[in-house]
Design a protein. Structure first.
Length: 424
């Protein structure tokens, strides 16, 4: 006959399950937490922040203490669980049956209540839960530290006896780029849409990506360079070029655009216009694969504002200004050089009107599309030319996967405007 259920025993089991969930949750919360956010919260100078700072100062000690606490609780839980079931539903059964039955049932229950459930919960918001439960965690840390310390010492002793070398605990050092990137990415992911992302976060993200930015990513392509021939251009033609382009600098070449000499500043039109060729300023020549930050350093050291970008064959690939490089971090800077406004608008369901010079990643981000990206091209026009392997005619339709591009406007050398239709 089964004995009456012991309420006190059930309460003790529930308490051990709660402690197991607590230790498991705090362990995963600590491992999954964003240390940079925790460091930033130290400015609040609260008790919880001071406690968490102690945990991060001795990470191995904290994790081992949580593990020791969880193991102790699990042992107590197993004993209480066996006592409860052996006196109730398994009363009178042979030990050969009750022992494995107790083990299986208790393991299934504790895996859900003490492992899966708390770890899922604590991992969803680790920093906040680490702060909320910091005080009981600190009390557990103090109480269990001697046991944890002894266990650590004993395990090291055993490992050394087998010739395994264990290094000393190395506290967390300075923050890395990965930590910064994780913080910024978390802010971006938490934003509902692009407009909700703060400008400071965007700048921070651009700054983190800047070391990987190449010169070709921010240059003005050769087809859009405003340039004149040094030998054939007259003073009147040069002045007209300044007026038409609205630029303060005009590139000067000899024979063709692949032989750039330098640039002429509009100020020379007021100083010594007739002798403008004598005031052509030279520019550094750099490969398109050079890092943008390296070019930025060169331009600042040489006190230059423009450079010529050359391709692998020695021809002119484009030009890049100091402003173009700075824009990679701070975003578009409006000035007299930025006279071309690219079109990017949704005209109908699954239909868009786009400038061919728009970068693909920007279009994907703006309209939540999935246009194919590659190192072989950067813009909409580049994608069309890469896939089509020829120069499309006006009103010609180019289909790439489920995307249909119709050429709306073009010249003899480039695509200017396209109509994009996303096929279902």
């Amino acid at each position: 006959m089964e004995d009456p259920i012991d309420i006190h025993l059930i309460l003790e089991i529930i308490i051990t399950m709660a402690f197991s969930a607590f230790f498991s949750g705090m362990e995963i919360a600590f491992v999954s937490s964003n240390r940079m956010l925790a460091e930033m919260d130290k400015e609040k100078n609260g008790l919880a922040q001071k406690i968490i700072a102690v945990f991060f100062k001795h990470p191995n000690n904290f994790v081992s203490t949580m593990l020791v606490g969880n193991n102790i609780v699990l042992v107590v839980y197993g004993i209480l669980f066996a006592r409860l079931f052996d006196n109730t539903i398994f009363s009178g059964y042979d030990a050969a049956f009750t022992v494995p039955a107790d083990t299986i049932l208790s393991t299934m229950i504790i895996l859900f209540t003490g492992e899966f459930l708390p770890k899922t919960l604590f991992k969803s918001n680790p920093n906040r839960l680490l702060t909320i439960f910091s005080l009981p965690a600190y009390v557990s840390y103090i109480v269990l530290w001697p046991i944890s310390r002894f266990s650590t010492w004993l395990s090291r002793l055993i490992l050394r006896s087998f010739g395994v070398k264990i290094g000393k605990e190395d506290p967390e050092g300075e923050f890395t780029k990965v930590d910064l990137n994780y913080l910024v990415q978390s802010s971006i992911d938490n934003a509902k849409n692009e407009d909700d992302i703060e400008d400071e976060v965007k700048i921070f993200q651009n700054a983190l990506d800047f070391p990987d930015t190449k010169v070709r990513d921010c240059m003005v392509p050769r087809t859009e360079i405003n340039a004149v021939d040094m030998d054939d251009c007259t003073l009147e033609q040069l002045q007209q070029k300044f007026i038409e382009s609205g630029n303060s600098k005009i590139i000067v070449y000899k024979e063709d655009i692949d032989h750039i000499v330098g640039y002429i500043h509009s100020l020379e039109m007021f100083r010594a216009p007739k002798d403008w060729r004598a005031h052509i300023r030279t520019m550094p020549f750099v490969p398109e694969t050079m890092a943008a930050q390296k070019l930025m350093k060169i331009l600042l050291q040489e006190k230059k504002s423009l450079s010529v970008v050359i391709d692998e064959f020695g021809g002119t690939s484009g030009i890049v200004s100091l402003e173009d490089i700075v824009e990679e971090i701070f975003g578009d800077i409006e000035d007299e050089h930025d006279n071309s406004k690219y079109i990017a608008k949704k005209t109908d369901k699954n239909e868009y009107l786009l400038s061919a010079r728009l970068e693909i990643d920007k279009v994907n981000e703006m309209f939540d599309l999935d246009l194919p990206e590659s190192d072989e091209y950067m813009t909409i026009g580049g994608l069309i030319l890469h896939e089509y392997q020829s120069f499309p005619k006006l009103n010609e339709v180019v289909r790439i996967g489920r995307y249909e591009f119709k050429i709306i406007k073009n010249t003899m050398t480039k695509i200017e405007l396209v109509k994009l239709k996303v096929m279902d």
